[in-house]
Design a protein around this ligand. Structure first.
Ligand code: SF4
Ligand code: SF4
Length: 623
């Protein structure tokens, strides 16, 4: 189904397309390279981690590096051969940097691993299907290389209303998607059906610029009676930006700083859809891609389906590079691509074009002049930004102003620089400013992280100190309790030790009780003495005296008993320690000895008798 119902975007430019250079011949297959350099970073996110060893034989399609995190993608061997090196290798970047890679020496057999296609994918659970796409190492083939499985695995709360298929390919020179749509339209539609099964959108919109009539026809035919809408719109650069394409096809705008998913949209490039078809229906991981080889320095510009890791020099040679004519080698297109400092780099998953241009074809820009505030750049900006303001803020490193003027909505399309009469390389300023801001934010995040770690550590130490103090207090309390319990135990008199018992009892007597006790003892002694004399000389006087003494002794004992009160009301004996008990024992023994000595005398005078009575009373008390 075809729809002409499209919207226009702000700005945009119409640079020479130069697409006819490469779009006239079918996609070619270059010869198998002798050596492939497969970088571990070909996607946005964490680099993959090698899972093969040096000298190991690998088969075509075998996984050679695992995804290292959620936002990451595995990497596979593009052909069969031997792992000859794992480590830093030249990487396609403007800086000429090195990056970790697995190098495979081809054995020329191009022998596949056993493939596991899933033709009945509709019976599979969405998670299973997503995992198959993840394991195939697919990352966006039209842009920055965001891992496709991550993009498809949005929060369940975000319902995707429209699946947008990007067949725009708006940048000059590049025709890889054009040829892919012409030659692999059925695979493209099959890939879209897998996506539809996965995310169940209400609408599928396929956007193609009107400068690709053959591709439009091929896709329209492949879509057939399906409900996918093929939307054709006028060619204008940069209609292929995600946000711009959504606006062109739906009239809706993705908010500043937001994502298409925020308004229920999901964008996928046509090449990515074909890769999804290959992964699910053929079981093949992403090990090759269609790339445009173009520029006037090539004798045979064309599109190739090249293995990932193929040296750029090999590809350019295949396309008939004239080294004498090439002035600038660009990876990508002339608007958004970057100059390669060397041909000694491999093709990676995001390489959609290699442009070998001559001096006359892409002459160097004239020296930049001061801004004349003509406003042409703002007119051309598809993101409705103010490029001249951004330029001034970038010059002054006014980061807050740059953010306030939505620098990060800039898609670095270069339309502003293209129209600038002062030839100011505006995009370079924006890229540098974005880099500075990101770096600063990373530093701030790091500092914030360190601060949080420091505060957490302080808090941990404080809590540990508190715990230590609490433990110390608890130990002290336990020790005090144990001591008290021990003291209590030792304060209970030993019932088998009469001295301790007496001492305890003695210690518990009041002054009055002590006096009564002495009187009772003396009365007893006097009674015993009188009874003795009565036994020897029985006279009525002595008998009367004995009776009197008996009564007196009984009264004294009674008075003592009454003073002591009921047995259970006795005050608790105070603690008696061992030393006191010993002392009491010694005193009692000495009294006993003195009493015996006086008792042994045959004839005692009155003083000796009185002394004996006193000692006996004391002994009784002591015992
Ligand atoms: S187009 Fe160039 S000269 Fe004109 S306002 Fe923008 S930056 Fe300044
Ligand atoms: S490079 Fe950025 S500022 Fe310039 S036109 Fe493109 S989006 Fe606008």
């Amino acid at each position: 189904m075809t729809s002409l119902n499209v919207w226009d975007i702000h700005g945009g430019i119409h640079p020479p397309e130069c697409k006819e250079l490469s779009n006239r011949t079918p996609i070619q297959r270059p010869p198998l390279p002798a050596r492939l350099v497969v970088p571990l970073v070909q996607h946005l996110g964490a680099p993959a981690e090698p899972c093969v060893t040096l000298g190991e034989r690998v088969l075509k399609g075998q996984k050679i590096a695992e995804a290292a995190g959620f936002v990451s993608a595995p990497v596979h061997a593009p052909t069969s051969g031997t792992v000859s090196f794992i480590g830093p290798q030249p990487y396609p970047h403007v800086s000429g940097m090195l990056s970790a890679a697995v190098v495979i020496d081809s054995d020329g057999q191009d022998e596949w691993i056993e493939l596991q296609p899933q033709p009945d994918y509709r019976a599979a659970q969405p998670d299973q299907l997503l995992e198959q796409i993840r394991q195939a190492g697919i990352s966006g083939l039209g842009g920055a290389g965001f891992p496709t499985a991550v993009k498809l695995n949005g929060p369940p709360t975000r319902e995707i209303r429209a699946l947008i298929i990007n067949g725009t390919e708006c940048e000059p020179y590049i025709t890889a998607d054009d040829r892919l749509m012409r030659e692999k339209a059925n695979e493209l539609v099959a890939g879209i059906e897998i996506l539809v099964h996965l995310i169940q959108p209400k609408q599928v919109l396929i956007g193609i610029e009107d400068n690709k009539p053959e591709a439009i026809e091929a896709v329209r035919t492949a879509v057939g009676e399906r409900g996918f809408l093929v939307k054709v719109f006028p060619t204008k650069y940069p209609s292929g930006g995600e946000k711009q394409l959504i606006q062109i096809l739906t009239g809706e705008e993705v908010p500043s700083g937001g994502l298409p998913a925020d308004i229920g949209m999901l964008c996928q490039n046509v090449g990515t859809c074909v890769a999804i078809h290959d992964a699910v229906l053929l079981g093949k991981p992403l090990i090759s891609r269609v790339t445009t080889l173009t520029g006037e320095a090539l004798a045979r510009p064309m599109n190739v389906e090249a293995l990932i890791g193929t040296p750029v020099a090999d590809l350019l040679e295949f396309a008939g590079l004239d080294p004498a004519r090439v002035n600038r080698l660009i990876m990508g297109g002339p608007m958004m691509g970057y100059t390669l400092p060397s041909m000694d780099v491999p093709l990676i998953k995001t390489t959609n074009c290699l442009l070998a241009s001559t001096l006359s074809e892409l002459p160097p820009p004239p020296p930049a002049l001061p801004c004349i505030r003509c406003g042409e750049c703002a007119e051309a900006c598809p993101a409705s930004l103010l490029p001249q303001q951004l330029h001034f803020f970038a010059l002054g490193q006014e980061h807050e102003q740059l953010k306030a003027y939505n620098l990060f909505d800039c898609i670095e399309c270069g339309a502003c620089a293209y129209v600038c009469p002062s030839s100011i390389p505006l995009v370079q300023y924006y890229r540098a400013a974005k880099g500075e801001i990101r770096e600063l934010e990373q530093k701030q995040q790091k500092a914030e992280h360190s601060k949080q770690r420091f505060e957490l550590r302080q808090e941990r130490l404080r809590r540990a100190e508190e715990q230590k103090e609490a433990d110390r207090k608890a130990r002290a309390e336990r020790a005090a309790k144990a001591k008290a319990a021990q003291a209590e135990t030792s304060s209970v008199p030993n019932q088998d030790d009469p001295v301790a018992r007496v001492q305890a009892q003695k210690a518990g007597l009041s002054e009055q009780q002590k006096k009564l006790k002495i009187e009772a003892s003396m009365a007893q002694v006097a009674l015993k003495k009188a009874e003795k004399q009565l036994a020897m000389h029985a006279t009525p006087e002595l008998e009367a005296q004995v009776n009197e003494l008996r009564t007196a002794a009984a009264n004294a004992q009674k008075a003592l008993d009454e003073a002591a009160g009921p047995a259970d009301a006795s005050p608790t004996a105070p603690p008696v320690n061992d030393e006191a008990a010993k002392k009491a024992k010694i005193e009692a023994a000495m009294l006993r000895a003195q009493v015996r000595k006086l008792e042994k005398l045959d004839a005692r005078d009155a003083d000796q008798d009185a002394e004996l009575s006193r000692l006996q009373a004391q002994l009784t008390e002591a015992e």
